[in-house]
Write a protein that binds this ligand. Structure first.
Ligand code: HGY
Ligand code: MN
Ligand code: MN
Length: 411
């Protein structure tokens, strides 16, 4: 593989820091929840940079944005890259947006050196990857790839009852581009690892071969609200007591799976949430992740048994629904090889690994040859305002992305 020019690391870092000003939080992170005013400002900036780099911009009905740099032969299926610009409520400056802006930096670098590719290159900003404002996660790449239908996607509601479709309209990003259904030659998503492995092993590039499976649940426990001062303990139907026991049980299920166990209760709503009222109802999330589908199936069974038993012991009603799931993902061998060859050509240390986090690439892999590139992050910390990467890590990942795309964009 001939060594191509390198990306402009300072320009990429400047773009990351400029974007990080949008939704900047006091503790150095960002808050750009999907389809909020901050997300709109981030989208506008992405759109400006993409058009400044000579790309055409198209937006589909879920608000997914496609910045396209034409190739010599427009009839050839394009090479996709990109990631997501939305963040967690108190997220970091790099989760998702690093892959979006590294894609723009690849385009800028090709322009600088007047490099034409046979295939078009598209940098995508996927809507609502985080699944924080609108559950489930990766909903828009899920609709794009046919995992969910459009009506389901647009009807997801946030905590205030606003639908994803209404939020899209309110920020002016409901597009008319057809949802998916077209040939994609290959896709590469560059992302921070969001875990500790690469930094701990002092390795520059994660060659991501797949992603662990996920199961997301929404559980409701219903007891009876009652006066905190007059209701004896043995007269209570305390839903929050039930939640606390489910949290302990879920944690124990994760621990029982050893190093690969991932079990989390992250989203909790207590009603009426008043200091002097015994909570009558709770609605909360449970999620499991694991590289083995049979283990996820086992955890599903155990969760249902635990919730049933805890609810019965206290005298609570309960509902449990699975709202999101996908089996462990294997990425495309040829794409994986192109990433390895790019890292080797550039002299970067590398190791194969699977992704602990979900990414839009997981759904994209169901319709196109796809793989991912990881770079380390400090202390493996992410979904936290203190998330940080070093400039040389950012540079290495974007250079590998550049070479992998160049190799793939040949007809
Ligand atoms: O939850 C995830 O794995 C991703 O960060 N949305
Ligand atoms: Mn992400
Ligand atoms: Mn994330």
């Amino acid at each position: 593989m001939s060594i191509s020019p390198r990306i402009d690391a300072a320009r990429l870092w400047d773009s990351l820091m400029e974007m990080a000003q949008i939704g900047a939080t006091a503790k150095g992170g960002v808050s750009r929840l999907a389809l909020t005013e901050e997300d709109r400002r981030g989208r506008d900036l992405f759109a400006r940079w993409a058009t400044d780099a000579g790309c055409t911009l198209r937006t589909d009905a879920m608000g997914n944005m496609f910045a396209r740099r034409p190739g010599r032969d427009d009839s050839l299926a394009p090479v996709l890259t990109g990631s997501h610009a939305d963040s967690q409520p108190f997220g970091g400056k790099f989760d998702g947006i690093y892959g979006v802006l590294a894609g723009i930096e690849v385009i800028r670098t090709l322009n600088d050196h007047d490099i034409q590719t046979d295939r078009a290159i598209e940098v995508v900003n996927w809507t609502n990857e985080e699944g924080s404002r609108f559950a489930p996660a990766m909903i828009a790449s899920g609709v794009y790839t046919g995992v969910f239908d459009l009506e389901y996607g647009l009807s997801r509601t946030d905590a205030q009852g606003i639908t994803l479709g209404q939020a899209l309209d309110s920020i002016g990003y409901a597009g008319d581009e057809p949802m998916g259904g077209r040939d994609i030659h290959a896709a590469f998503e560059l992302h921070i690892e969001q875990g500790p492995i690469l930094e701990a092993e002092d390795i520059a590039i994660g060659v991501v071969t797949g992603a662990q499976g996920q199961r997301w649940y929404e559980i409701e426990l219903t007891g009876r609200s009652a006066h905190a001062g007059t209701t004896p303990m043995n007269h209570r139907l305390d839903a929050l007591l039930g939640l606390s026991r489910v949290v302990e049980a879920v944690h124990a299920l994760g621990i029982a799976e050893g190093d690969e166990g991932r079990a989390t209760v992250g989203w909790v709503n207590v009603f009426p949430n008043s200091r002097n009222v015994v909570p009558g109802r709770v609605v909360f999330s449970v999620e499991f992740r694991h590289p083995d589908e049979a283990t996820l199936e086992k955890l599903d069974t155990l969760l249902r048994q635990e919730v049933q038993s805890i609810a019965e012991t206290i005298g609570l009603q309960h509902t449990l629904k699975q709202i999101f799931q996908y089996a462990p993902i294997a990425f495309d061998a040829a794409c994986i090889k192109q990433v390895e060859q790019a890292a080797t050509a550039l002299g970067y240390s590398q190791r194969r690994m699977i992704s602990g986090a979900g990414h839009d690439a997981c759904y994209l892999s169901t319709v196109a040859p796809t793989s991912m590139i990881f770079v380390p992050c400090v202390d493996g910390l992410s979904h936290n305002e203190a998330e940080h990467i070093h400039t040389h890590w950012a540079e290495a990942g974007a250079n590998v992305l550049l070479l992998a795309i160049l190799a793939s964009a040949k007809s």
